[in-house]
Design a protein around this ligand. Structure first.
Ligand code: NAD
Length: 496
């Protein structure tokens, strides 16, 4: 059986010791084993990144950007290979994997603007013959720890921006679908990144814990579930590291009685069931305003959920693939059972779909109506193809539901009324808002992040926030006096 190793110092390094199995979730078959890095392997990767840092930092930003230009071309040339790896290990459908890769490449494109966004801030004549400016040098070695659900895009939220800012990088991808990260590393070397600039250590908690305490790691970017995000934030900040830790979500779509119902129902299908609901921006709750609208929406959604085209994502034209692992399928099935026990109306039961009998970790789309805010299926992140309908009477109640939830990643409203859209955008306590846009994932020149327990830390991923996260401000105040002795001055310097 093939054992996937690590990518350290510009080459693949074999794994030693513990391994974990990697499955093709559409077939339920073992693909390979992946090495679990020990603390010693992690420290080797950090050492390689530390050794590569001085020369990489000294390289002009334009030259680093040129490597990323070449990287973009290579990513596009190798798109099918990357998409095939994503589909095989994650299970999402081909077109969805193409979309994920495209959004990752957009971050590489944005990163190519480094000479512009690293040029600093200059103030001339801040005092007599005194100029002052701010520079944005890199931090050093930074680490990324990423989830299974976007094996290409989420690592690419991090390392293109970190690298172009002059840092070197150690990535710990998800152990459930590790192959994509290895291809990303190989292509970056081909594009001209020197050895040690970008490293991949495969592994689990042991590798993560080693990164969190390694004094060589200056900052940690994490994306994953909320309990782990909170743990990463607490542990790494206690070690003096800069941390951004993006967590879980329960994204609400509010549908107003005046909405274009056909458009809203179609949008909700993709947002709830795309990628089998395994997206941090997936819509998992529809807040239907008014009983009449709720009845009509449930009627339309029911027939659409029942006719989802489900199967192996390697065959094009499918709507939905399997869940990532057998354990995750079991967890989602348990939530479906729980929702019924809690008294929600199970309108479509994905456990009864023919695909759910295997092989593979498939479940059909599931729809619950008459869900209430006390139910666990409402409060907790299920991360599967399960959509809950919460019925309310007013927009105020809908906004209150969004704001009372523990998570605050994204939320959207479907309406034809601009005033409602404006009020909703102002009032909801989430990081990303959509108006008639079900998945308001910001583009690469914005930044991505949530509020409340969906993000620990201050700065969002990619875009302008990433420039701030991966650099440290240094302000220089300079004077070249023309003759004359400096007189002693004991008052605090000012222009007064
Ligand atoms: P996860 O939290 O289980 O794993 C994420 C990473 O943390 C993996 O690399 C994993 O190896 C590591 N990890 C797991 N347990 C650990 C532990 N006890 N100690 C240290 N490290 C540990 O998440 P997942 O199941 O891979 O991904 C799904 C979750 O990610 C969902 O909650 C989803 O909402 C979230 N997510 C959030 C965003 C966002 O932008 N907010 C984006 C994508 C996914």
């Amino acid at each position: 059986m093939k054992i996937l190793g690590h990518y350290i110092d510009g080459r693949i390094q074999p794994g030693e010791g513990r391994t974990k199995p990697v499955f093709n979730p559409a077939l339920g078959e073992l693909i390979c084993e992946v090495a679990m890095a020990s603390a010693e392997v992690v420290s080797r990767a950090v050492a390689a990144a530390e050794a590569a840092f001085p020369a990489w930092r000294a390289m002009p930003p334009l030259k680093r950007a040129r490597i990323l230009f070449r990287y973009k071309v290579l990513l596009e040339e190798n798109a099918d290979r990357l998409v095939a790896a994503i589909v095989k290990e994650h299970g999402k459908v081909w077109e969805d994997a193409q979309g994920e890769l495209a959004r990752g490449i957009e971050v590489v494109e944005y990163a190519c603007g480094a000479p512009e966004f690293l040029k600093g801030e200059h103030s001339r004549d801040v005092g007599p013959e005194i100029d002052s400016w701010s520079e944005f040098p890199p931090l050093g070695v930074v680490a990324g720890i990423t989830p299974f659900n976007f094996p290409a895009m989420v690592p690419m939220w991090m390392f293109p921006m970190a690298l172009v800012c002059g840092n070197t990088f150690v990535l710990k991808p998800s152990e459930k679908d590790p192959s994509t990260a290895m291809i990303l590393a190989e292509l970056l070397s081909q594009a001209g990144a020197p050895p040690g600039v970008f490293n991949v250590v495969n592994g689990d908690k042991e590798a993560v814990d080693a990164l969190l305490v390694d004094p060589g790691v200056k900052a940690v970017s994490f994306v994953g579930s909320t309990p782990i995000a909170e743990y990463i934030y607490a542990t790494a900040t206690a070690k003096g590291k800069r941390v951004q830790a993006l967590g879980g979500a329960k994204n609400h779509a509010v549908v107003m009685p005046d909405a274009d119902l056909d458009a809203a129902a179609n949008a909700l299908m993709g947002a709830a069931y795309g990628s089998c609901g395994e997206r941090c921006m997936a819509i998992s709750v529809v807040v239907a305003v008014g009983q009449e609208l709720a009845d009509e929406l449930v009627r339309r959604l029911t027939s659409k959920v029942e006719s989802l085209k489900i199967g192996d994502g390697a065959t094009k034209g499918r709507d939905m693939g399997p869940l990532v692992t057998a354990e995750h399928k079991e967890k989602v099935s348990t939530y479906i059972r729980l929702g019924k026990e809690e008294g929600a109306l199970l309108v479509v039961d994905g456990r009864l779909a023919p695909v759910a009998n295997g092989p593979g970790y498939f479940l059909g789309g599931t729809l619950f109506d008459h869900v209430t805010t006390e139910m666990r299926i409402y409060r907790e992140e299920i991360f599967g193809p399960v959509l809950a309908i919460l019925r309310v009477e007013t927009l105020a109640e809908a906004i209150d539901a969004v704001n009372s939830h523990e998570f605050g990643n994204g939320s959207c409203v479907f309406t034809r009324d601009g005033a409602v859209a404006r009020l909703f955008s102002d009032a909801v306590q989430v990081g990303m808002v959509g108006v008639n846009v079900p998945l308001p994932v910001p583009v690469a020149c914005q930044s991505f992040g949530g509020w409340k327990r969906s993000l620990f830390g201050d700065l969002y991923a990619y875009g302008p926030d990433a420039v701030r996260f991966y650099t440290r401000r240094k302000t220089i105040t300079q004077r070249w006096p023309r003759g004359g002795l400096e007189r002693m001055q004991f008052a605090f310097p000012s222009n007064g």
